[in-house]
Ligand binder design. Structure first.
Ligand SMILES: C[S@@+](CC[C@H](N)C(=O)[O-])C[C@H]1O[C@@H](n2cnc3c(N)ncnc32)[C@H](O)[C@@H]1O
Length: 225
């Protein structure tokens, strides 16, 4: 039977203790492997020195500090988040970085950006929204990207939670945001294709349960030339 989910089922707006200690908790949950994993993901993003990157649900700023190492003075990162504790940590961490700004913004609401980013990144955020809000976020990412820019989603890949490896099954039953169970049952390439994206590429991690899915906003002018 297909279960229906409401916004109140979401756990992605992390607050309080969990928000203040998010980075440590991620290291703990992944048996100390998270730091190495996220460095590998950032390397796999193929960031170019002049890239403008929009990070939707930027969290504590840990990823921002890793991404900014690949940028020259011409590149920049804009991180958007809604959680007060997350914003505070990220703003403190990124204060010395002139090409980074962290802003308070709900990412499923209309964003002011049009055709200006080379990459839109989301790291373990998209699964935590009801599906109609996920589609709004996909639209926001499309609008914010320059033609030829790439949407990079680091999140769970597609699988059936009840048939997964037992630690994953346990996490999905008892720890993870309930909406993640719905997220992994969707065909994300089909959804992104419907949203206008093409040229899909992916890299898998953690026995294939996690992936970095990349999709391009087509550059019609370049293709005509
Ligand atoms: C699971 S954490 C991931 C944080 C960060 N991307 C990382 O990987 O370290 C989810 C993040 O999304 C943010 N978030 C949740 N709902 C949001 C919303 N509607 N708009 C903006 N940010 C949101 C939370 O505050 C939190 O920082």
């Amino acid at each position: 039977m297909n279960q229906t989910y409401n916004r109140s089922d979401s756990k992605v707006e992390i607050r309080g203790f969990e928000a203040r200690h998010y980075d440590v908790l991620m290291n703990f949950i992944t048996g100390g492997t998270y730091s190495v994993f996220i460095r590998r993901v950032v390397r796999d993003m193929a960031i170019q020195p002049g890239d403008a990157i929009l990070d939707l649900g930027s969290g504590s700023g840990r990823n921002t500090c890793l991404m900014v190492r690949y940028l020259s003075g011409g590149g920049r990162i804009v991180g958007l988040d809604i959680g007060p504790e997350m914003l505070k940590q990220a703003q403190r961490r990124c204060a010395p970085l002139p090409n980074v700004s962290i802003e308070k913004q709900r990412i499923e609401e209309p964003l002011r950006y049009r055709d200006e980013f080379d990459k839109v990144f989301m790291c373990f955020v998209l699964h935590g929204f009801v599906h109609e809000d996920r589609l709004r976020i996909v639209e926001n990412a499309y609008r914010a990207l320059r033609p030829g820019g790439r949407f990079l989603i680091l999140d769970y890949s597609e699988f059936e939670p009840e048939k997964s490896f037992w630690p994953v099954r346990f996490a999905f039953r008892h720890m993870e945001c309930p909406l993640a169970t719905d997220f992994v049952r969707h065909d994300w390439r089909a959804i992104l294709r419907e949203g206008g994206f093409d040229d899909f590429r992916e890299r898998r991690y953690y026995l294939g349960y996690v992936r970095l899915l990349g999709a391009r906003k087509p550059d019609e002018a370049a293709e005509r030339a």
